[in-house]
Design a protein around this ligand. Structure first.
Ligand code: ATP
Length: 263
């Protein structure tokens, strides 16, 4: 039977301060205002998907939260350790897989770090690959290793920038399942940037649509996991999100249930 994964934050008191608190955030590059007076909270243990058209500022927001860039105005406060994983796994080719994962750790002896790295590789199903070179991994395996490296430091916040978009459809389904399992286990807050509306619907507690540097729409999904895309509630939410993104799908691209939900 499939495991039911529910949001860990649902168990916590509502008074717990947010893991991410963004207020009045502004970032411009020359005349291009990318983020404009943006406000955003992510609760402890919440999995938030960030959708938006290309160029809407998703990666810029992630970079600011990761401390890789500085805002022009406003604040982006993050409580606890932050880890980032990108679309491309960014493993160092001259280090073996376990050594790459251990790079996510700053404390402990070499042996302790190696043990912890192998433990995480076990969690993501890569025990057998600990001592190989990254170049020998498949795309999905490399992304698993990247996830292990992001998790090894037990971050309070995991920032994922389109981590599955380069993977084939079947591997992506496996990675969704893996992400939900490690998220439930580690209880980190997750901010997942994605172009894929269905990915957001399957995974997130909340979906945020970014448009012209602001939150254009925020959709809470109080639905148990695993979720099925043909669930009428998700079909209806899908239509809302596509509408918010300014996508007007032709009838050929919609399932019959989706058409029913929209009509
Ligand atoms: N360092 C930079 N210098 C100049 N312009 C930048 C810089 N970084 C981002 N931009 C611009 O900011 C805008 C938003 O970029 P960003 O990468 O945040 O968008 P995005 O929503 O992540 O896009 P995509 O979905 O295509 O990845 C774009 O117009 C981009 O050209």
């Amino acid at each position: 039977m499939a495991t039911r994964l529910n949001a860990p934050h649902a168990l916590r008191a509502p008074t717990v301060p947010p893991t991410v608190q963004v207020r009045g955030l502004r970032r411009a590059f020359g005349d291009t205002v990318v983020l404009d007076d943006l406000d955003l909270d992510v609760a402890p243990g919440e999995l938030v998907a960030l959708l938006g058209r290309s160029g809407s500022g998703k990666s810029t927001l992630l970079r600011l939260l990761a401390g890789l860039d500085a805002p022009d105005a406003g604040t982006a406060e993050v409580d606890g350790v932050t880890s980032v994983a990108f679309q491309e796994p960014r493993l160092l080719p001259w280090r073996r897989v376990a050594q790459n994962v251990a790079l996510g750790l700053r404390t402990g002896s070499r042996r302790e770090r190696d043990e912890r790295a192998r433990q995480l590789l076990g969690e993501v199903g890569l025990t057998e690959k600990a001592d190989v070179w990254p170049v020998t991994l498949s795309g999905g395996q490399a992304q698993r290793a990247s996830l292990a490296r992001a998790l090894v430091s037990e971050p309070g916040l995991l920032l994922l920038d389109e981590p599955f978009s380069a993977l084939d459809a079947l591997t992506r389904i496996e990675m969704h399942d893996l992400l939900l399992r490690v998220w439930a286990r580690h209880r980190a807050s997750v901010l997942l940037v994605t172009h894929d509306v269905d990915e957001a619907l399957l995974l997130a507690d909340r979906v945020i649509v970014l448009d012209q540097g602001r939150v254009a729409h925020s959709l809470r999904l109080d639905l148990p996991r695993p979720r099925a895309l043909h669930d009428p509630r998700l079909v209806a939410h899908r239509a809302t999100l596509l509408d918010q993104l300014g996508v007007r799908p032709s009838s050929a691209t919609l399932t019959s249930t989706a058409q029913e939900a929209i009509s």
